[in-house]
Design a protein around this ligand. Structure first.
Ligand code: TXA
Ligand code: MG
Length: 344
């Protein structure tokens, strides 16, 4: 049964307290509300309320073993949710919070199992977006919030994206304009030594290892691994590492020869969507929808998901993405494009 999804518009620079209070009241009452963060929109619920969290999984169609990130207003609130707070957690939180970094640590029993997919660890992050930060203070609750998209679809970076995926399935969306960064937070496991990078993101591995004074290990994306984890009935070790995780609805390929690949698909009579660099100087036609993004990693990240969502709405049967430059500042973007490109 669809429910009425309320759009609560608010100016992030000067939010109307009455609007924030309305969102907070819905959350306190066990509702689910999409909120902007400095990465992507999150679909928030009271992390202490298993029924509210269950509604997040239902609304997204998210597998029960894929754990959620819990958002907190500060480091002290994070410490209250975990059984261990190692020195490395202090170092990273002091340097990067509030900001797009999620820390995985052993959870306290106060966090319901549904939040962590049945697992013993919890991912925690302190968001920098002013609306997310103020809502956390007004509610006085930790907020469990995955990205506010249908499971396996690209993340939402505007309230319109949220409504495209979840209208009628969530109580409200707090519309504070486009989310800033456009790429989901970096996720680091601190329950292991040395710390392990579980998902690349806006905060680069190099920045983390500089602060920690040690190299991180990484966990490679692997469908085999995910299957092994799920067949043992354990929470997925890091479902963010699943291949084909951020995919648009249309088959997508990443190529260093976009002109060539586009011409090949057009020659087969297919309608094609292209995501290229401004330098490619590609013109749209009846059969070709084009988005040009500048090859600056910050701007590219902030517009990537909007570009993919727009292209899939253009009734194309293939999306061709020009491979962005190499380099660590592009690694989170390569990671997301690689996942979007895998199709069964
Ligand atoms: O930027 C972000 O992280 C956004 C905003 C809303 O905060 N949230 C987000 O959530 O991207 P989600 O659920 O789409 O991605 C969370 C990732 C998933 O890959 C999940 O598997 C992983 O973090 N994760 C969460 N808890 C974990 C845990 N306890 N252990 C390992 N991985 C975990
Ligand atoms: Mg997600």
């Amino acid at each position: 049964m669809p429910i009425q999804t309320v759009r609560l518009a608010v100016d992030p620079a000067a939010p109307d307290p009455a609007v924030l209070e309305r969102a907070a009241a819905i959350l306190r009452a066990g509702g689910i509300v999409a909120i902007p963060t400095e990465t992507v929109y999150g679909l928030a619920a009271n992390a202490f309320d298993p029924n509210a969290v269950a509604r997040i999984f239902a609304a997204k169609g998210r597998p029960a073993r894929n754990p959620l990130i819990v958002h907190v207003p500060d480091k002290e609130s994070a410490r209250a949710l975990v059984t261990e707070w190692p020195e490395v957690a202090d170092q990273l939180a002091d340097r990067f919070w509030p900001g797009p970094l999620s820390l995985v640590l052993p959870k306290r029993p106060t966090i319901p199992d549904i939040v962590t997919g049945g697992g013993s660890t919890v991912a925690i992050r302190c968001p920098a977006h002013p609306l997310a930060a103020q809502l956390l203070r007004v509610t006085g609750l930790p907020l469990a919030a995955p990205s506010a998209n249908r499971s396996n679809h690209v993340s939402a970076t505007t309230a319109a994206h949220v409504l495209d995926d979840l209208d009628g399935r969530i109580d409200a969306v707090l519309d504070g304009g486009p989310a800033g960064g456009g790429i989901e937070s970096t996720v680091v496991h601190l329950g292991v030594t040395p710390p392990r990078l579980l998902r690349s993101g806006p905060i680069r591995a190099q920045e983390l290892s500089t602060v920690l004074g040690q190299e991180l290990t990484t966990q490679e994306a692997s469908p085999d691994r995910a299957e092994a984890d799920s067949s043992r009935g354990e929470p997925l070790a890091s479902p963010g590492m699943l291949l084909r995780h951020y995919a648009p609805d249309v088959p997508l390929e990443v190529t260093s020869q976009p002109h060539h690949r586009i011409a090949a698909w057009l020659a087969q009579g297919l309608r094609v969507g292209a995501l290229v660099s401004t330098a490619d100087q590609l013109s749209a036609t009846d059969q070709l929808a084009v988005v040009e993004l500048p090859w600056s990693p910050v701007e590219y990240a902030s517009r990537l998901y909007d570009a993919l969502r727009w292209l899939e709405q253009q009734q194309v049967s293939r999306i061709v993405v020009a491979r962005p430059p190499a380099g660590e500042e592009w690694s989170a973007i390569h990671d997301r494009l690689q996942r979007a490109a895998v199709h069964e």
